[in-house]
Design a protein around this ligand. Structure first.
Ligand code: ACO
Length: 327
C-alpha cells in the first residue's frame, strides 16, 4: 500500500508587490519581467519568519483532515530560509502549533525541497515508523533576496504549502514512483555564500552582500530546462504513461519558460500544467504544494488524477514524483 497526501493547504502573506513596484527603483520593466519569467506579482511578508508562513497553512491542513494535534507523529520542514540555522524550524513550528508528541527535522534541497521531503515522508510512513508526517514546504525568500539586484529581486516571493502524509486507503492511489538527483558541481551557480561554517558572518561578509542569493541565471536556466524535462520524461516512460495519461504536470515555478519547455518535452498542452508563478513568483519549497492546494480547492484536481511533480533547484537538486491523487 502506498503512502499519499491526505490533506493539503497553503498560505501566502497578504501584501502584493506587482512588477511596477520594482520599476520605481530598478532599471527594469513590467514587460521584461513578464516576457522573461512569466511573473506579474508576488507576495512578501512584512513581518515574521518562515514558521509564521507555515503556521496558518498547517492549521488549515490539520483542520481539513480532522485529526487532533496529539495524533501528529512527525514534522518535516523543507526550506532554505529557516527561522534560524538551529534549532530546526520543525521545532519552532511544533512549539507554535502546540503539537505534543511529534519528532521532526528540516530538509534543505532548495526548490526541490518539497519533492525530496515528500519522498522522505512517504518512506517514513510506509516503513511503519510513523503514522503520519506534517510536511511543510515554505520559504520567506524576501529574507535572502538582494532587492538592489534586478536579476534576482523580481524572481522570488514568500509562501507556504503544507500536506499531511499518511498510508493510502486505496492501493491504486498515492505516491507511486520517484526519481531524485543531486549534483554538487552545480552549487557554484546558485548559493548563499556566507552565514554558514564555510564563511561565518562578519562585517566583511555583510559589506560584500554575501548573505544574499548569488545566482548565475543563464547557467541555472540551461541546467533546469534539461534536468526537469529529462526526469519528467523518464518517469513517464518507466510508468508507461503517455501524454494523454498525465492529467497534471505540477512543476516547480522558477520561470514560465522552464515550465513550458518541460511540458513541451512531455507532449503536454499548457492546460494540463499547474502554473501560479504569475501571481506568486518563485516561492522555492512552497511552489508545488501551493499549486496542489489551489487546484484542489478550486475543484480542478480530482481523485484518481495522474500527476507528475517535477522540480529543479540549487545544489543542484532535481527530481520527479509520479502520484495518483487521493483526495
Ligand atoms: N529587468 C531588466 N533586465 C534584466 C533583469 C530585469 N529584472 N534581470 C536581468 N536583466 C538583464 C541582464 O542584466 C542582462 O543584461 P545585459 O545583456 O546587458 O548583461 C539581460 O537582462 C539578459 O540577462 P540574462 O541573465 O541572460 O537573462 P535571462 O533571459 O537568462 O533571464 C533569469 C534571467 C530570469 C534569471 C533566467 O535566467 C532564469 O529564470 N534562470 C533560472 C532561475 C532558476 O531556475 N533558479 C532555480 C530555482 S531558485 C532556487 O533553487 C532557490
Amino acid at each position: 500500500m502506498p503512502a499519499t497526501i491526505t490533506s493539503i493547504a497553503h498560505y501566502f502573506p497578504p501584501d502584493v508587490y506587482p512588477n511596477s513596484y520594482f520599476e520605481q527603483y530598478l532599471d527594469t520593466s513590467d514587460e521584461w519581467i513578464i516576457e522573461r519569467t512569466g511573473i506579474r506579482e508576488r507576495r512578501f511578508a512584512k513581518n515574521g519568519a518562515t514558521s509564521d508562513l507555515i503556521v496558518p497553512a498547517a492549521k488549515l491542513c490539520i483542520e481539513r483532515r480532522g485529526i487532533e494535534l496529539k495524533d501528529i507523529d512527525c514534522i518535516i520542514v523543507a526550506t532554505v530560509t529557516p527561522d534560524y540555522l538551529f534549532p530546526a524550524t520543525a521545532c519552532v513550528v511544533q512549539n507554535k502549533l502546540g503539537i505534543p508528541n511529534a519528532w521532526g527535522f528540516d530538509l534543505s534541497a532548495a526548490c526541490s525541497g518539497f519533492l525530496f521531503a515528500l519522498v522522505t515522508a512517504v518512506k517514513l510512513v510506509e516503513s511503519g515508523g510513523v503514522r503520519n508526517v506534517l510536511l511543510c514546504g515554505a520559504d520567506k525568500m524576501s529574507a535572502i533576496v538582494d532587492f538592489d539586484d534586478r536579476a534576482q529581486a523580481v524572481l522570488f516571493g514568500d509562501g507556504a504549502g503544507v500536506a499531511l502524509i499518511e498510508m493510502s486507503e486505496d492501493p491504486e492511489l498515492g505516491v507511486l514512483d520517484h526519481i531524485l538527483h543531486i549534483d554538487g558541481e552545480g552549487g557554484k551557480f546558485l548559493y548563499q555564500a556566507a552565514g554558514g561554517s564555510a564563511k561565518p558572518a562578519s562585517i566583511e561578509t555583510v559589506k560584500n552582500r554575501e548573505h544574499y542569493i548569488h545566482q548565475e541565471g543563464q547557467a541555472v536556466f540551461k541546467a533546469a530546462v534539461k534536468g526537469m524535462a529529462d526526469v519528467s520524461v523518464e518517469i513517464m516512460k518507466r510508468n508507461n504513461l503517455t501524454n494523454d495519461d498525465v492529467d497534471w504536470l505540477v512543476p516547480h515555478q522558477a520561470n514560465l519558460r522552464i515550465i513550458s519547455a518541460t511540458a513541451d518535452r512531455m507532449g503536454l498542452s499548457m492546460d494540463k500544467v499547474m502554473v501560479n508563478i504569475d501571481k506568486y513568483a518563485n516561492t522555492t519549497a512552497a511552489t508545488i504544494p501551493s499549486c496542489l492546494s489551489q487546484w484542489w480547492e478550486q475543484g480542478k484536481l480530482k481523485k484518481g488524477d495522474k500527476l507528475v511533480l517535477a522540480s529543479f533547484g540549487a545544489g543542484f537538486t532535481w527530481g520527479a514524483v509520479y502520484m495518483k491523487w487521493s483526495l
